[in-house]
Every structure is written in structure tokens, then in C-alpha cells.
Design a protein around this ligand. Sequence first.
Ligand code: SAH
Length: 247
Amino acid sequence: MGTVVFIGAGPGAADLITVRGAQRLAAAEVVLYDALTDPALQDLAPNATWHHVGKRGFRPDSTDQTEINDLLVRYAREHGNVVRLKGGDPSIFGRLEEELEALAKAGIPCEVVPGVTSALAAAAAAQRPLTRRGVGRSLSLTTAMTRTGDMVSSRTADTEVFYMAGKQLAALSARLIEAGWPAGTPVSVVSRAGWPDSLQSEHTVGTLDDASQVHTDRPAVVVVGAGAAALDHSPVVTEAAHVPPTR
Ligand code: SAH
């Protein structure tokens, strides 16, 4: 009976994985990985068997979650060290609970190694801290996508970061206004945070839909509120290519 180690690969470039994650990966015999992780990570476990089980949102062609759960159990039984590599952090919108439960039910021991989640990579790329002394005291991470297709939004924290909103920015804008955010509230959108070709653009809640053209077909997070505001003296950003507002 083997073990399964869930590892957060971070949001992009392979060097954003933690040292612990890289060490566990190097010891893997089998790696199950998602669509969003950097192929260069394979160099960290060149002798392991790599299985792509890519999932993107609720796309019908993506690997079924039950199938992934079953594969994890099977590989853990057949091999010693199995790694489940997930983009960002496994505990954030990674369906980790389902995989942990499937393994617990099968009596297979697990470990979780955290990773850098996209919201944090976006804050770093844009050099816009998510908390701000006095005005940004709370942070929420929200998925804009639900199984039923309903767009959910809220105003529960000073800074709110929306994942999986890419194709629904007009709807998100409308929901944010309904939730009580003033139309002029700053919004920062960062796509491919943590990659060399990261892009950042700025908007307001009312003009958020403009970001659709800038970040087409790129994984993006939408930062709303205190943590989206530009600093008084804008930093010289070298990591994220900056795109000025389109309006
Ligand atoms: N576990 C992941 C999130 C998986 S959900 C994490 O912790 O980051 C997938 C969503 O994450 C995408 O729809 C997008 O909103 C966001 N995302 C993933 N990679 C990203 C990146 N490099 N830059 C910006 N957003 C990203």
C-alpha cells in the first residue's frame, strides 16, 4: 500500500513550487497532473510515470472526477509513492476534499503540501498587496463559477478575489454592483500570474467587461476592492506586463 502526496505546483513557472513540493515530487513513482501546470515540472521527476488528468472547469471533455479518484486509489495500491500535482494550492478550488475522501475511504494515507495560489501570485505580479493597513483588513477568495452556471458574487471582505471568472466578466460586473460595490471601485485583473508573459490590467467594477479582450483564453483572477487599488507611487513592475485601462 502506497501513499498519495498532494502537491501545490504554484500558478505558473516551475520554480514557484515549494522546496518540499519539489522533494516529494522527486521521490514520486507516478504523478497525476492537471492541465494548468508547467511542463518543466516534469524535470523534477524525470523517472516517474506522468499521467495527464487535465480538468478545466466543468468542461464535458475533461477527465471525470470519479475517474481521477479511482485512478488515485488504484495507483496508490499498485505503486509506492503517488503524487497528485495541482495548480496553485491544492486546497483552493482544487476539489481536494473529494480526492482526500476517496483515499481515506480506501485506507490510503495522504499528505498535502501547500502551493502558491493564483490570488497571491497575482498580488505579487502586480505589486498590489491584497491587504492594506487600515482599509484592507479582510480578504475573500471566491469562485465565480458554479455547477449550475449561476454567477455568484458578494461583498463580504475589503478585498475579494474571483477565480474562474474569465468568460463571465460582464455578469460578474453586474452581480458586484447588485451586491453593493460602487461602480467606481478599483478592479485589477491578472492573467497567467507567475508566468513570464503575465498580464495585468485595471478597471472599475462598472467597466470590468473591458478585461475580456485583454485576457482572452488566459487563466485570470479578478481582484476587487482595497487590494486592487494602485499604490500612490506606482511601483516599477518588472514581472507582469502592464496593460493600461482600455477606456
Ligand atoms: N488551485 C488553483 C485554482 C484552480 S481553479 C489555485 O490555487 O490557484 C482555476 C482558476 O484559477 C482559473 O480559472 C483562474 O481563475 C485561476 N488561475 C489559475 N492559474 C492562474 C494564473 N497563473 N494566473 C491567474 N489566475 C490563475
